[in-house]
Design a binder for this molecule. Structure first.
Ligand code: SF4
Length: 338
């Protein structure tokens, strides 16, 4: 018997109409998320990962954004065809999001306790007193010391890490099934990053939430993600269980990303950055979108676009040579690098 995933994105296409043409921000995206699972969506800026989050949340600016096709199924029901009232109810209650920059996401002129309590007043119809009590409980739950005395403080009176915890408190206030965290720790220093990631993981386990972690940093996902989808130029290039991706990447782009992060077990090895830049979304290369930067590219890569297909069981890659990359038997093709 197959169970319906909590969230399923099917063949999603999102475009932006710009002065220089139509930018294909998301190009046939597919993934699914189950309860209690953490999916990391990884990619450089412009890969489409944040547009994915905004499209799921219904906060994409339209225009210039335009959903050109596909489905986003929440418990089997397409969010994109729901009426606005139902979609609005879904957002914030069943599906919630935390953003990179807590300072601009929080209202600077309202006490943080008021902002948390508002979730209970608006969505649960609670009175001020009980809503404030719930806000204090949530502040304690996300690890804000002296919560009772700080409920009337304003966002600027908290450190970056504490503000991020307040935003997490708002996002989880109504026990969502799905939490989307868009670069939640980018603005924080490394120690605080680890604390916030630990908190997110704890809350996810407690509430059996599906967590989508959007990041450009392969280093932050190793301890928290169950599976990873690597995005490039609006497409998933590789998707697999987290251990598989780290141990045996099956796409040259992921392999390049892994070789560019420092590893304690590879002392003395030189780090290498992926040469070149991601393609312009208004002027995609033919064939594989990674071919101008790929050391293994052949004529086939320039003429034919590879589909996302299995390289091993449960491990998908959009590369013509996915099995060779997975086995580690592929060699760079010098003439293709010239
Ligand atoms: Fe590189 Fe070709 Fe694979 Fe694309 S299909 S990643 S260009 S080897």
């Amino acid at each position: 018997m197959t169970t319906t995933p909590l969230l399923e994105v099917k063949d999603l296409h999102v475009e932006f109409r710009t002065k220089s043409g139509v930018a294909q921000a998301i190009n046939g995206l597919n993934f699914s998320l189950n309860a209690g699972e953490t999916l990391a969506i990884l990619g450089e800026s412009g890969s489409g990962k944040s547009v994915t989050a905004q499209t799921i949340m219904g906060i994409l600016d339209m225009p210039p954004g335009h959903i050109a096709g596909g489905q986003i199924l929440y418990r089997g029901e397409d969010i994109l065809t729901m009426n606005e009232t139902k979609r609005r109810k879904l957002r914030g209650v069943n599906i919630s999001m935390i953003f990179q920059d807590a300072l601009s996401a929080l209202n600077p002129v309202l006490p943080v306790g008021w902002q948390i309590a508002e979730m209970f007043r608006v969505h649960r119809g609670m009175k001020r007193g009980p809503a404030k009590k719930k806000a204090i409980e949530l502040m304690q739950r996300v690890g804000i010391p002296g919560a009772e005395g700080r409920v009337g403080d304003y966002p600027h009176q908290f450190s970056g890490g504490m503000r991020q915890r307040i935003m997490i408190a708002i996002a989880i206030a109504l026990d969502p099934d799905v939490l989307i965290a868009d670069e939640p720790t980018t603005a924080l220093d490394v120690t605080v990053q680890a604390q916030v990631m630990r908190l997110l993981k704890e809350l996810q386990v407690e509430n059996n939430m599906g967590l989508i972690l959007i990041t450009h940093d392969l280093g932050v996902v190793a301890d928290v993600a169950d599976k990873i989808a690597v995005m490039y130029a609006g497409r998933v290039m590789e998707a697999a269980d987290v251990y598989e991706i780290y141990a045996k990447p099956a796409h040259p782009y992921t392999k390049g990303l892994l070789e560019s992060i420092p590893r304690i077990d590879a002392e003395g090895d030189r780090l290498s950055a992926i040469p070149g830049l991601p393609p312009s979304l208004t002027d995609m290369p033919s064939g594989c979108p990674f071919n101008p930067r790929c050391p293994y590219a052949t004529d086939l890569c320039v003429s034919d676009r590879p589909e996302l297909l299995p390289a091993a069981e449960g491990h998908y890659s959009a590369c013509h040579y996915r099995e060779d990359v997975y086995q580690g038997t592929i060699e760079p093709r010098q003439e293709a690098q010239a």
